[in-house]
Ligand binder design. Sequence first.
Ligand code: ADP
Ligand code: MG
Length: 399
Amino acid sequence: MNIHEYQAKELLAKFGAPVPAGHAAMSVEEAVEAAKKLPGPLWVVKAQIHAGGRGKGSFKELPEGSKGGVRLAKSLDEVRAHAEDMLGNTLVTVQTGEEGKEVQRLYVTDGVDIAKEFYLAMLVDRATGRLAIVASTEGGMDIEEVAHETPEKIRTIIVDPATGLMPHHGRSVAAALGLSGALAKQAAKVTASLYKAFMGTDASQIEINPLAVTEDDELVVLDAKVGFDSNAMFRHPEIAELRDLTEEDPMEVEASKYDLAYIKLDGDIGCMVNGAGLAMATMDIIKLNGAFPANFLDVGGGADKEKVTAAFKIILSDPAVKGILVNIFGGIMRCDTIAEGIVAAAKEVDLDVPLVVRLEGTNVDKGKEILNNSGLPIIAADDLGDAAKKIVAQVKEAA
Ligand code: ADP
Ligand code: MG
């Protein structure tokens, strides 16, 4: 789960990170009011979308050459003009894809005189299974280029969970950023506050880019991207509340209501599977047969009729879906219960694409009987290979 920059900054400030003052705004008037609460004479108006690259982005509705989604303002009138330009318009950045994202919220914050921009992030390193701190002297809007062309300028420091963050980690970060003296101490302090925030919120990623050195030799967090482990959000209701559903895929939001693990993909074969491993195998075998899955969907172990129906509706609401492959292993769930669910759901949703079903496991014969007697045009498959072949053939034939 991701949150907006302003929410991330409010959160990190609670853990002691140095964040400039700022206020969120949902309208032009609110943006001007927000600016009035800050001292000036320099403000920054920032589009709040769940994507980076805003500074170098552009608005679809504005003439070419207009400024991006992060703008300096030297007066309240400029704040107003920027807010008018951004709110309700579509910001396209390297991370949004060409469709862009509509800006519904702004953040108005103190403008800072920047001497240097660093990069500092924390994430879970899959190779070591530990928290990794990533630091670079080359922060700012071109970090992707740095990673690509001069990867040696990016340093990684791994933290052993048995010891947690130690003073030497903070010193290593300061050294990686080329800092000494008071700024090195500040870097260690910032690192400690981010680590506390990461552990305390079950974060999966905290990215500060830039972490800036001001002309007064202060370290400040100028941009913050924070993501969390969704599976841990039940432990943090106050963070779960920060979720902005307008930033998420509507079908994925609908799926999450039913506790379905659904991720939309680019292909045309909808998949309904129980178990993440089986779902992965199903997607692989569809590809092996020359087609592409339209989604990943794990209905989970306890899939009942209601869940199966919801899953069907979600798959079918994707106009790209030209056929559905159901691949269910009845372990704890019996195949006849699943078959009943499939039949009821298929009737309820007016199935108008070919449906191939492969069932295996407890009460499989009863399950197949229910499917065969349903009067629905369900194509039964014997095994996974057979199922994939059949659905791919059906979809190709219809095309
Ligand atoms: P993004 O990464 O989405 O482009 P940032 O928040 O990093 O957005 O802003 C882009 C650039 O704008 C930063 O690299 C920094 O140079 C400048 N900037 C951002 N916030 C401020 C601020 N409060 N004061 C001065 N400059 C800022
Ligand atoms: Mg940034």
